[in-house]
Design a protein around this ligand. Sequence first.
Ligand SMILES: [Zn+2]
Length: 314
Amino acid sequence: MSLIVAVDIGGTHIRAAAYEPDSITPLFHQRSRSHATETGVFDRLVKTIESVWQSGKVDAIGIASPGPLDPHTGTILDTPNIPEWVNFPVGPRLSEHFGVPVYLDNDANMAGLAEWQYGAGKGHNDLVYLTISTGIGGGVISGGCLVQGFHGMGAELGHMIIDADGPLCGCGQRGHAESFSSGPAIARYAREQIKAGQKSSLEAQPKLSAAQVAEAASQGDPLAIAAFERAGFYLGIAVANYLAIFNPSILIFGGGVSQAGELLFEPFRDSLKKHVFHPHYLDELIIMRAALGDDAGLLGALALARLAPSQVKS
Ligand SMILES: [Zn+2]
């Protein structure tokens, strides 16, 4: 039996699972708290992997991790989610410990890869995946290959500049897609408008989340609706740019903010139509929600390890 162990490193949990060839149902599965802000994350990672390890039967390890990271060297650069990992060679360290090849890429690329191999994007060669939640992450399949780039930092779609004078992004730059259309960006806009004197049912909320704005919008609150219209408008501009570069046959949306549905997608589609370079990009373009949910990172790590020797540069 030759198994692949897939690992998803999140801010709150580490998940590891062992898979038989051709299966996406794990043989063994372990989930543990990552306590990413505390030290000792690597030891907890090793323990979690050991709990699904079958000695002598594992061919490779695949990992989905928060970025930025360099998949070619298996090094985490400086992820804010795990402060103790700065230029940390997690791939080589694990490879040394377990004696098998380790393949690593960022969680959004891995979710895109998973949707391509096992989810909503099966059968497509040109796919753009976007996850919209506390940030915006992207993963791109172009011509049947995962886009990683020279340093493996490709497809940071959330940090495409939409307006150089726009709001501050979580990364410190201005006007990125994430600074307009992520969950915190939607909540921040609503808060700013209330501060500026706009009336809204959200005024009473001490701390505002995108989910609360979505709830208020579904009850007809005009400011909340406007906040999603704005997010959808800028998302349309961002996606018009992605279409011009990658010309995908399918766009897949994951992440909590996508759950807002038509509140976001109606203004998004209007804006995309308005801003796309040529209408032919939209012919037969499929726009749909992700199929794999919370398992996307894990399954992407599985796909990465399965494809790595043949298709993905490592
Ligand atoms: Zn940014």
